[in-house]
Write a protein that binds this ligand. Structure first.
Ligand code: FES
Ligand SMILES: [Fe+2]
Length: 333
């Protein structure tokens, strides 16, 4: 009998996970600005009110279905206009606040009953702005947030110790769980990334919606190989904070956001101390470049691989079952 892999099942038979997900960096949205977003398999709009609060609502206007994220006339090429605390539809000028209520119909003498009663007429999303990032809560059943995103103290430190954020983004053709599984896959480092040393997690804790990994590693530097550590903290499926300690301390905010169940956008933001010398600047950049290079390498696999519910594992493989058990809490149909 010839055994072949099953061609009948979907490549990615998993739903999008729930949780907090990055959609924009704070400084990418000024007060009074709006932008269209495509995440969670739907069209959305993010806007910042004139008082400075980031809001996310469904994209399609409840009046006649225009997209609220694309401006017209003076705003052509940008987002639609924001007046006060509301976003204004480019089609007929109806205005909606971040709670999805219609706050103005400029030409109506009598408001439609729902509007007159102050009812919500447009879908709105829970938003948090923390760690210089705008995060949106997604849950397929509309469940309210089950946890809060963490505060990363290095990002709130304005003492001048830290440099600018270095931002990187990848669009990856797979489910977010596949990307997370890298952390528990020691064997792939040699074959995909060409590293001779297989990083082995010394600590791998699964605790409710959080996960912590810690490992000791060796950093090659011009001053020789130095001892280093990597701590990985996950908060739900969408937020990871990774701290590299060694010659160059680096904080990586690794956000992944589902565009659909089989398409993921990874947003990486690296924070490093302001370099004390040219040499340190080069070292810092090399560390970031190395991680970005690894993402490019992983992406070749991720873009094409199939998700197996029951992979054929061997004793040298990582704790995939533990990881998947933890992750499965975020997957509801
Ligand atoms: S479609 Fe938005 S105001 Fe008419
Ligand atoms: Fe990898």
């Amino acid at each position: 009998m010839i055994i072949t892999t099953d061609k009948r099942t979907a490549r990615i038979p998993l739903p999008m996970p729930w949780g907090w997900f990055h959609v924009l960096y704070s400084d990418q949205l000024a007060a009074g600005e709006s932008r269209p977003l495509t995440y969670f398999d739907q069209e959305l709009v993010v806007f910042r009110t004139e008082s400075g609060v980031a809001k996310v609502v469904d994209a399609y206007c409840p009046h006649m279905g225009a997209h609220l994220g694309y401006g017209i006339r003076d705003n052509t090429g940008g987002g639609s206009s924001v007046v006060g605390e509301s976003i204004v539809c480019p089609f007929h000028g109806w205005a909606f606040n971040g709670e999805g209520k219609c706050t103005d119909i400029p030409y109506a003498k009598n408001m439609p009953p729902k509007v007159a009663r102050g009812e919500q007429v447009l879908g709105c999303w829970q938003v948090r702005e923390v760690n210089r990032s705008i995060l949106v809560w997604y849950h397929p059943h509309g469940v309210d947030p089950l946890f809060e995103p963490p505060v990363v103290e290095e990002l709130a430190d304005h003492s001048g110790h830290w440099g600018e954020l270095s931002l990187h983004q990848w669009d990856i053709g797979t489910h977010m769980e596949e990307i997370g599984e890298n952390a528990v896959d020691p064997a792939h480092f040699e074959f995909v990334h060409g590293t001779d040393e297989i990083p082995n997690a010394e600590v791998l804790d699964f605790n409710g919606y959080e996960r912590r990994g810690f490992l000791k590693t060796r950093q090659p530097t011009p001053k020789g190989v130095v001892d280093a550590t990597i701590e990985n903290l996950n908060f739900g499926a969408g937020i990871a904070v990774v701290r590299f300690k060694g010659l160059i301390d680096t904080v990586l905010m690794a956000h992944v956001t589902p565009v659909t169940n089989e398409f993921t956008r990874a947003h990486y933001a690296f924070l490093q101390p302001k370099p004390a010398s040219e040499g340190m600047a080069r070292l810092g950049k090399a560390l970031v470049d190395n991680i970005c290079q690894q993402m490019e390498e992983d992406k070749i696999i991720w873009d094409r691989k199939k998700y197996y519910e029951k992979p054929l594992l061997c004793d040298g493989d990582g704790p995939f079952a533990k990881f998947r058990k933890w992750y499965s809490q975020f997957l509801v149909e």
